[in-house]
Ligand binder design. Structure first.
Ligand code: GLC
Length: 477
């Protein structure tokens, strides 16, 4: 791709300057809320890969006869997901002659969106296709093509929550390829051993069961064993966990659909307080630094009775080498006073409006969201499809008995983060929220102090009014 000349042309120089700018901004952002990570090669590596890729692209002069190569900036994922995606992309090249370079983004969803925004702000022609979390359309809509004209049939066949999450002002910003939800993973073998016939129905049950199993396992010599692991680091994952605790108690969605900031209420405060008591009792003290991989590692090492995680943890839990393989099962999260909910998540694909290959990019999105690929992904990766009609296929049910729960939960058991109502402010809203919850978990603030301060901050950030959450039973949490 590189030309022999040692001198930069003006185009190359511009591209280089852009990259330096991105690097500076990204590095500054990483030093912000991610201060502890500023030396972490795990975060910087993917950023550098993207920068390097774009620099190469900036210097390349493709000939008219060269096949098109698209750049896909993607979800950071496990070995199984990455290998499957490589196979999918190879098959795409065989079918169409279009090549695809896959560039993995940083691990944290929150970190990823910073990078996406910086890249898009530069107007860079590549990447052509971007992975999109369900919470980003409000922030990034302006940078992407409207996919509605190309996918109207497919969109209407999806779960309504999926289609709604990717629609901003009637524009469809991305096509979903997998919906996601927070779930409870539990050690079925240990539950049986300790005399429990079913997973905990309520958060109170979970506390009791986790404490008993933890004490029992430790008495047998497993000193590292914990009752419950989850994602407590100051990050988007904590926004998802804490929203589940409070929504299950009828504490609302932080900011309601009608722009009411509802977070400062007694049900939220109680839910946060309860979680703070887990730290160091049924959950490790280090849980306040856990992201997805940290909790998963404790779980697959066989060192936890329960884990809150996403649908993607299923395939890793069943992988060769996992200590919990064939020993666990999956349930909906426990209920509070208002019911049981999992935070709605998931991923889609968007086409950059700066792409020089929009036709090919649309073809890639069509291919990666195709029904046969979703079926294969469900079989190989236990990735839930976006299409409700696929959930009854025996070939999907057989390796994924938990899909029965999911197809219902995606309709009635989800809580949505306040991303669409917050629009471009969502990153600020989520950061203010996860920092507030984190300060309670870390014992720095009481839950009532943190909720009051958060309410003020959200009023300043959004200009919305404060008010109570919807009465319990009036609507879905
Ligand atoms: C999962 C979800 C995504 C969420 C992220 C938070 O990847 O699918 O929606 O934002 O976790 O860590």
């Amino acid at each position: 791709m590189w030309e022999g000349s040692s001198e930069f042309s003006s185009r190359e120089m511009k591209s280089y300057e852009t990259l330096m700018r991105i690097q500076r901004v990204v590095a500054q952002r990483i030093r912000g809320p991610y201060a502890r990570w500023s030396n972490s090669s795990e975060i910087l590596r993917p950023v550098c890969i993207v920068l390097l890729f774009l620099l190469c692209e900036g210097c390349a002069r493709p000939s008219a006869h060269e096949p098109v190569t698209l750049a896909l900036l993607g979800e950071w994922s496990s070995k199984a997901f990455t290998e499957e995606r490589q196979l999918e992309l190879q098959q795409f090249t065989q079918e169409t002659g279009i090549r695809v370079s896959f560039i993995p983004g940083p691990e944290s969803s929150w970190q990823r969106v910073l990078l996406w925004r910086e890249l898009l702000d530069t107007g860079a022609q590549g990447p052509d296709v971007y992975d999109m979390d369900v919470i980003w359309p409000g922030t990034l809509a302006e940078y992407f093509l409207d996919l509605k004209p190309y996918f109207s049939n497919e969109i209407s066949a999806q779960f309504p929550a999926t289609a709604a999450a990717y629609t901003v002002d009637h524009k469809v910003v991305a096509m979903a390829y997998r919906p996601d939800i927070g779930l409870l993973y539990y050690r079925a073998d240990l539950l049986r051993q300790y005399g429990y016939r079913e997973p905990p129905r309520t958060w109170d049950d979970l506390e009791i069961m986790a404490a008993r199993i933890q004490a029992g396992e430790r008495a047998k010599g497993k000193k590292e064993f914990w009752g419950y692991v989850w994602q407590g680091a100051a990050d988007e994952g904590l926004t998802c966990n804490a929203l589940e605790w409070q929504a299950a108690e009828g504490g609302g969605r932080i900011i309601e659909e009608d722009q009411t900031i509802s977070v400062n209420n007694p049900r939220v405060i109680r839910a946060w307080q309860r979680a703070a008591h887990w730290v160091g009792s049924i959950s490790p003290p280090a849980v306040v630094g856990y992201r997805q991989w940290d909790s998963l590692n404790v779980w697959i090492a066989g060192n936890a009775a329960f884990m809150r995680h996403w649908t993607s943890a299923y395939v890793d839990s069943q992988a060769a080498g996992s200590q919990v393989r064939n020993k666990f099962d999956v349930a909906l999260l426990p209920s509070g006073k208002s019911g049981s909910v999992g935070t709605f998540g998931g991923w889609g694909l968007a086409v950059s409006r700066f792409s020089s290959h929009p036709r090919e990019a649309l073809e890639l999105v069509r291919y990666l969201t195709r029904k046969d690929l979703q079926v294969k992904r469900a079989r190989v990766l236990s990735a839930p499809p976006t299409l409700p009609e696929l959930y009854d296929l025996p070939q999907l049910r057989e390796p994924n008995p938990h899909f029965r729960l999911l197809s219902q939960a995606f309709r009635t058991g989800i809580v949505l983060r306040p991303s669409n109502v917050s629009g471009k402010k969502y990153q600020d809203v989520s950061e203010a929220y996860f920092q507030a919850v984190h300060s309670v978990l870390a014992g720095e603030k009481s839950a009532s102090q943190a909720a009051a301060a958060l309410e003020n901050e959200l009023v300043r950030t959004t200009g919305f009014k404060r008010g109570p959450p919807p009465p319990m039973g009036s609507a879905r949490p």
